[in-house]
Ligand binder design. Structure first.
Ligand SMILES: *Cc1c(COP(=O)(O)O)cnc(C)c1O
Length: 333
């Protein structure tokens, strides 16, 4: 594990750096899931994090890792989702300017939300790829510093602080269930958890369709997959064909990846709401979804489940809770 790009020491340093700037979120037992699974199940309520997801940990660690000169030049990213919110908030807290690039197709409410968090919003082109071209231009011509959503050592170390909090809250944890997309969260959490308890299993959870990390692990190299709409929209997107950090780490550290259907993800969101009284987005529900689906083979000890975010359109959430199988299609229409 010591030859990986991010070490336990990096994560411990990140934890010291971001303490007081991000919330230490609650870790609570789930009586209903514990009863169902026959082992203690604890929930890491990371959707209570400031800006609504764990992405604030990585973004804050990345901003705090900059030199004063870099910080003065400002940070930039192309993200309409949780990373954009997190970077906007982290930069503002540290007195830096964040520029978030997004395409013309991004809905107004997302644009105004990122503006409200204090970022400059730059609207360019018709796709996320074109927005990324603008990011590259701002880096090359204006000297802004790019903070990527996952494939970055400081970002992975920041996300790993969540793993430290889990092992401190559940000392006998046997299995940790982690939502998986680009793998920044899973890589960081796996280093932290296995660094403290080498025998603990770390399982990645993602959606059935469009799971780029799973396809890449199967192919033994980063590959592209077609993007498909999902209730777990925060898990969409590729891992980058030139992935430098997270692919290697997920390959070395994950004990398995489980794919979940849209119905299973919806069931996870419903369980979170009805039984745990928590509003979570699809990406945050995959851990609960996996426990409800019986797709996990042996559960031989306490399980920790990361609820990673809560930024879901509330009309969509209501339709999912009401059991509307076409909840997503209605949003798209
Ligand atoms: C980004 C995100 C994930 C996936 O994190 P990666 O580091 O890209 O694997 C999971 N859940 C939520 C809510 C997210 O915003």
């Amino acid at each position: 594990m010591s030859n990986l790009p991010v070490t336990l020491a990096d994560i411990e340093q990140a934890a010291r750096r971001i303490t007081g700037r991000v919330l230490r979120t609650p870790f609570v037992p789930s009586p209903s899931l514990s009863e169902r699974c026959g082992v203690p199940v604890g929930l890491k309520l990371e959707h209570h994090q400031t800006t609504g997801s764990f992405k604030l940990r990585g973004a804050t660690n990345a901003v705090l890792s900059l030199t004063p000169q870099e910080r003065a030049r400002g940070v930039v990213a192309a993200s309409t989702g949780n990373h954009g919110r997190a970077l906007a908030h982290a930069a503002k807290s540290e007195g830096a300017v964040a520029t978030i690039c997004m395409s013309r197709l991004v809905p107004d409410n997302k644009v105004s939300e990122i503006r409200r968090l204090g970022a400059n919003v730059r609207i360019v082109g018709k796709s996320q790829d074109e927005a990324q071209v603008e990011v590259d231009r701002l880096v090359a011509e204006d000297g802004l510093v790019m903070v990527p959503p996952f494939d970055d050592r400081a970002v992975v170390a920041g996300q790993g602080t969540l793993g430290l909090e889990i092992v401190e809250a559940m000392q006998d944890v046997a299995t940790v269930l982690v939502p998986l997309s680009g793998g920044g969260l899973a890589a960081g959490v796996a280093v932290a958890v296995k660094g403290r308890f080498p025998k603990t299993r770390v399982i990645g959870l993602t959606m059935e369709r469009g799971a780029a990390m799973k396809a890449s692990l199967d192919a033994r190299r980063p590959v592209q997959v077609e993007e498909v709409a999902s209730l777990a929209d925060s898990l969409g997107g590729g891992i980058g064909l030139d992935n430098a950090v997270t692919f290697k780490m997920c390959r070395a550290l994950l004990d398995g990846v489980i794919l979940l259907s849209e119905d299973e993800i919806a069931a996870g969101m419903r369980h979170a709401y009805a039984e745990e009284r928590e509003v979570i987005e699809g990406a945050g529900a995959v851990g609960i979804a996996a426990l409800l689906s019986d797709r996990l083979s042996r559960l031989d000890g306490p399980v920790a489940v990361i609820l990673s975010g809560r930024n879901v359109d509330m009309d969509l959430h209501r339709r999912v809770i009401n059991g509307n199988a076409d909840a997503l299609q209605e949003t798209a229409a």
